[in-house]
Each structure stands twice: as C-alpha cells, then as structure tokens.
Design a protein around this ligand. Structure first.
Ligand SMILES: Cc1ncc(COP(=O)(O)O)c(C=O)c1O
Length: 609
C-alpha cells in the first residue's frame, strides 16, 4: 500500500513531506506539530481535529459542479442544497457549514424534532430547511411555526397519515402553511451498505397509489398550491451511479406526471443524499465508481431530458448530501500506547555461558542473516524452533532457553520480512499475517469509529510520522475498551503495515481520516469513554491557529450524565478514604488531592503516550 493510499482517499487534502503527514493547504502545517503543541499543555488521549477549510472545499465543489452542469446542459431550474443534520450536529460543524455555505444559501435538513429546533436556530435567512423522517402533530406544528417565523421550510411527508395531520393543523391554527414535499417510494434501489433506503420495501415514502390519493386530499383541502417538492433518497454512500440514474428516471417521470395532473406549484426535485466518499486505501477496492462531475452531470442531464420529453418546465434541484460535505474535515488522532510484541526485544535476550547447541545455531543465523541467505536461514530458524519446543516439552531445555529461542526466531522472521519487502511470496505473506503486531491505541473504536464496529466500514488510517521509513509490521489495532470487538484486525485483503517503534524512547501517532460524517453522533460511550477532546484548526498563509477547544467530559461529568449524583460519588470516595486505617493524616490529604484530580480528568489513559 503505497503512501497508505493517500492518492486514493485524500482528495489532495493531505500530503507527505519530510516523513510527516501535512495539510495540503496554505502554510501546509504538519499534523504532528499541531498534536505536539496540544500535548505540550499536558493533554493526553485521543484528539479530534476539525479542518473547516475542508468543509468549505466540499461545499464549493458541490455548487461548482452543479452550476457547471446546469450551464452545459442549458438547464432552466436552479441548484439548491441543504446539509442533513443527522450527519453531524456538533456545534462547530454546523457553524462551519452555515458560515461557509451562506453565500450559496446552503440550508439544513432535519429528521427529528430536536434537529428541527436546531435548524430553526441555525439556518441562515433565505436558505431552505427540509424536514424528513416520521413526524407527529407536534413536529408538524413546529414546521408551521418555522414557516410563520419566515423560514423557507418544506415538510416532506413520508406517509398519508402525515398529510392528514398537516391538513388538521392547518385547519386548527392560523399559522402560515409550510411547503409540502412528497417522498416517493421508488422501485429503484441504491447500492452499497446503506442501499435499503430505496426500493418498494423501503421504510419511507409513498407508493404511486398513495401519491394519487395525496393529490386528491390536498386538492380537497385546498392545499395543492403548497405542494412544491418531490423527494427521494436511495441510500447513503452510493457505490454505483447506475441505480441513481434509474431513480432519477423514475422520480423525474413521477414529477412530470404530477405537474400534468394539476400540481402547478410543484417546482423542485430533492434527490436526497448518497454522494459517496472515498474511504478505501487499496486500489483494488474503491468505494465508488463515479466522480462528482459524473454525478452532477447525470442528475442535470437526465432531469432535463425527461422534462423536455414531457413538455414540463425544468424543476429546481435539491440535494441533501452530508457525508460528502463533512467526512473529510474530521481526523482522529490516536496515540499508540503499546506494541504487544515489544517483549521480543534483543535487550531481553539472556544467554548463559553454555547454551543448547540449537540455540547457538539460532544466534548464528540471526547474526549472519542477510539479503542473499535470508529465505534459507528463515527456514532453518523455523525448523530449529520446532525442535527447541519439543526439547522444552521433554524437559531438555529450560524456560530461559525457550524465551531466548522465541525472541531470536521472532526477530529472524521480522528481519527476513524486512529484507524481502521488495518482493513477496505466499509463504512470506502467511508469515507476515501470523506475525502481526498489535498496536494498542488510546482511543475507543465504539466511540470514534462506530461504523467500523457496526458495519466494518473501513476508514483510512496511517501514521502521522516516520513516513520516510518503511513500515514492516503487519498491524492490527486494539483500542482500550474492555471489549474484544474494539479491534481492527489485520486483513490480508486490505493489509495495514506500521512501523516498528520503541515506545520507550519515541511517540507514535496514528491518524484515522474521513471520520467527520456520522461517527461522532453514532459514537457510543461504551466503558464510559466519551467524545474525545476536539479542536478546530484554521490554517492561513503563514501559520495555523487552534480554536474551539472542547474538552472530553471528565469522569464525574460522565457519571452525572447517566444519572448519578456527582457530589454523592465524590463524597463516598472521600469518606471511605478518610475512615480508612493504616495511613497518616498527611497521606490521606495527599491521596484525596490525587483523587480529586483523577475524577476531574477524562477517562482515557494518561501514560506518557
Ligand atoms: C433523507 C436523507 N437525506 C440525506 C441523507 C444524507 O445522505 P448522505 O449520507 O449520503 O450524505 C440521508 C441519510 O441517509 C437521508 O436519509
């Protein structure tokens, strides 16, 4: 995996320079330098970095490509976009999205009451709000309040019941009626792991029969003028463009039919999200088969073609892609705490004056191992190891001899793999996989990469430094939760190699990239590890600045958030200690002071790494 697939997934956002990963923007700071600046303030544990310039880049790209497609195809409708809050509701993300998008009137999408309240607070004047998901009367009333307060809001109905409630609310109160959208249940399904959002058995949307009934209901209630949009969403992270094209044909024809049935205010088609992010690090396994250019051209061209054929004016296009907008802005930095086979270090070899002949043989092989003899010596070493283990079982060699043999053979394999790293054979690959190094990271996969835990969604990972050296260790990654699912195992189809580092003398940091979409709000406080410290990094021509620092919850905060009384918890700890025997009053005071520090720090590990 050359350069950790940076050329595949990073979209030119990051570069390797001088052995370090740097931002490919303006002053091009090294991520490691930013990490070190923060750690110099005694911060430990994982960190989440936000790079708002990458949100800006994605918003600009989205609008630029759609505007270009509209121009090329002489399309008459406009392009509009909203950011779906479910993808990341964290304040500094919403702030970046709304500020960077304001010149385009970039709006917000809400899928719940809480998100709607947030959208009503944060949507810039003039920008759209779209509302999806199941709604009760309260949520629908909130939509009326938003319309009354001046928002351009469209409530998309997911079923006829919601339309009946809208009619009921309109009849009960004098508030302005919001625009209404209909989510259509398409025959076409999407592609990728989230494809089940589309298709006839999808959770959301109206069938053709229900759509006709909805039109009749709206006509009867004198509300057909409020029907402005039809909506579909065939699933997030769409891997293939073909299903989108089928969905566009289907939805486009439904739109044209409804226009011809008298839905004269209908003016927009909302194509939902789906625009995929490249998460893969290995050329063989790309996440998507299309570019933003192909995506935008397909949408604009197909809708234009369908409308022209049916003699219907071109609808305004709305998108709700959020993953595409914010995934790249978030990077998780995880310090490595331990390499599990560090026990196999040369310094732990303890030879006797007289060692068993086979052990002496291994010592010789290790010393003389070179490029030319390496495969032959490797075979000899593996053979000797078998014999030494048998000798141990029969009581002919002791535990010290066995330990020496294990260290020597382990290091012979390691050195051989290094020497043969320019070519490989099945045997070497097998050995590599069996000699995996386990890198323990100071982070929680459940909290920070929940889609890996739940769906095995791969996120690009690479060390932030040492990149001038060849990584030779087949790596699996373990997190610090007490759960064996908190592991990213070595996958020979998508192998990860990391450096052989001595953590007693150097730090080693891994970066997990493209984690800005969904991971933060889906993240679980498993083992009570909470959202890591976060920092917004603004980069200009000469330097970078770190702003919006949000500290991870401390231990008392975490317990408090799940319903414990923080004072009760702390007092109990203090009283138990004060009432204990065997230590002096001074020792009690010192220990109490320590305790107070421990409980007011976050729960991640605070070793030097
Ligand atoms: C209705 C709707 N719109 C937009 C999105 C966001 O899509 P994406 O994840 O592709 O950004 C979703 C997510 O599944 C959705 O359900």
């Amino acid at each position: 995996m050359k350069n950790y697939g940076l050329d595949i997934w990073s979209n030119n956002n990051f570069i390797i320079d001088n052995g370090e990963v740097k931002l490919n923007y303006k002053s091009k700071p090294s991520i490691l330098k930013i990490v070190q600046e923060i750690r110099d303030k005694n911060v430990r544990g994982p960190m989440l970095f936000r790079f708002p310039h990458l949100i800006k880049k994605q918003i600009e790209t989205l609008y630029t490509y759609f505007d270009k497609a509209i121009k090329i195809n002489s399309y008459k409708g406009s392009f509009n976009a909203v950011f779906p809050l479910k993808v990341n509701q964290f304040p500094h993300v919403v702030e970046a999205v709304t500020t960077q998008g304001s010149k385009h009137n970039y709006g917000l999408e809400a899928g719940s009451k809480a998100e709607l309240i947030l959208a009503m607070n944060k949507t810039p004047a003039g920008a759209h709000i779209t509302v999806n998901g199941f709604k009760d009367k309260e949520m629908i009333t909130l939509g009326f309040i938003a319309a009354q307060s001046g928002h351009k809001i469209t409530i998309t109905i997911e079923g006829l019941g919601e339309l009946e409630t809208i009619i009921e609310v309109a009849q009960e109160c004098k508030l302005k009626i919001p625009d209404i959208g209909i989510r259509v249940r398409l025959h076409s399904t999407g592609s990728g792991i989230w494809a089940k959002s589309g298709g006839m058995d999808a959770k959301f949307g109206l069938t053709s029969t229900e759509i006709i009934e909805a039109i009749t209901l709206m006509q009867k209630a004198d509300m057909i003028e409020n029907l402005t949009m039809i909506h579909f969403h065939i699933g997030s992270q769409m891997s293939d463009i073909a299903p989108l094209k089928r969905a566009l044909r289907e939805a486009g024809n439904i739109y044209a039919e409804l226009k011809n049935m008298g839905a004269s205010s209908l003016s927009g088609i909302n194509i939902g999200g789906g625009l995929a992010v490249e998460y893969d690090q290995h050329t063989r396994a790309k996440s998507r088969n299309y570019s933003i250019d192909e995506f935008s051209s397909s949408v604009v061209f197909l809708l234009g073609e369908i409308m022209d054929a049916k003699n219907v004016s071109h609808p305004d296009i709305f998108t709700e892609s959020g993953r595409y907008i914010v995934a790249s802005h978030g990077v998780l930095i995880a310090p490595v705490l331990e390499l599990f086979t560090q026990d196999y270090q040369d310094r732990l070899l303890k030879f006797k004056e007289n060692n068993p002949p086979l052990l002496e043989e291994l010592r010789y092989l290790y010393k003389k191992l070179g490029e030319k003899n390496c495969i032959e010596y490797l075979h000899d070493a593996l053979d000797h190891m078998e014999s030494l283990l048998t000798l141990f079982d029969l009581g002919y060699i002791d535990l010290q001899d066995r330990s020496n043999a294990e260290i020597l053979v382990h290091n012979i394999i390691k050195k051989s793999l290094y020497l043969t790293s320019s070519y490989t054979t099945d045997e070497l690959q097998e050995l590599q996989a069996s000699l995996q190094e386990r890198y323990l990271i100071n982070a929680s996969i459940f909290q920070s990469l929940p889609d890996y835990w739940g769906l095995k969604q791969h996120f690009p990972v690479m060390p932030l430094h040492n990149l001038e050296k060849k990584p030779i260790r087949a790596a699996s990654i373990w997190d610090i939760t007490c759960d064996s699912d908190g592991e990213i195992g070595f996958d020979s189809e998508k192998p990860l190699f990391l450096h052989d580092v001595d953590l007693d003398s150097e730090d080693y940091f891994l970066g997990f990239f493209n984690i800005g979409a969904y991971q933060e709000t889906l993240g679980m406080d498993h083992n009570l590890f909470t959202h890591p410290n976060e920092y917004t990094i603004n980069i200009d021509e000469d330097e970078y600045t770190i702003t919006n620092e949000v500290e991870s919850k401390n231990i008392l905060d975490i317990l408090d958030s799940i319903g414990y009384e923080r004072d009760e918890i702390l007092n109990k700890l203090k009283n138990d200690l004060l009432e204990s025997d065997f230590i002096t009053e001074k020792e009690k005071c010192d220990t109490l002071a320590k305790l107070e520090i421990f409980v007011t720090q976050n729960g991640y590990l605070r070793t030097t790494n």
